[in-house]
Design a protein around this ligand. Sequence first.
Ligand SMILES: Nc1ncnc2c1ncn2[C@@H]1O[C@H](COP(=O)(O)OP(=O)(O)OP(=O)(O)O)[C@@H](O)[C@H]1O
Ligand SMILES: [Mg+2]
Length: 166
Amino acid sequence: MDLWDALRTKRERRMSGEYRREKRLRTRSVAGTMALGTTLAEMLMPVPRLVILRGEVGAGKTTLVKGIAEALGAATEDEVTSPTFTLVHEYVGPKVHLFHLDLYRLETEEQIAVLGLEEMVAQENALVMVEWGERFESVVAMATAEIAMGQGEAEEERLLVVRWDR
Ligand SMILES: Nc1ncnc2c1ncn2[C@@H]1O[C@H](COP(=O)(O)OP(=O)(O)OP(=O)(O)O)[C@@H](O)[C@H]1O
Ligand SMILES: [Mg+2]
């Protein structure tokens, strides 16, 4: 199994089979991951609206959101921090209303239900990016895209697989 395949578990391979489009990206530094924000912002707008960000702790999910927020003019790099404890951060840009969630600390569908994800997605110009969203059936059901991130061969290398259009 190569590094790209390792970005998918069996269940995720089945899930991702539902997506019709797939793009692989590679970065070699934090700055490189942030720069991918511009490419991804273009790919993901105006739809998909709910994007699941998958990857181990430290894969670079939050770093990628920094890049996307900056590309959208919704926030500067420093303004985007991990929503691990706050659960949701919101950044309003000229064209996009960005929601950034981290569900790592949540465990049940009941906890997800009170977050108001449907309302976020229904907001005009919403882009909802959810770290650790793949752990919840209800979030997977709402997702219109996913980005899987993993460590590459070098310390600062990261591989990304973007899937959308299902
Ligand atoms: N190419 C790279 N892209 C992104 N981060 C990198 C890269 N190389 C090294 N790093 C480091 O990896 C870490 C990524 O942290 P980040 O908070 O973005 O991860 P995360 O996937 O959001 O983790 P968590 O699941 O804990 O929220 C940072 O410490 C960053 O400096
Ligand atoms: Mg994070």
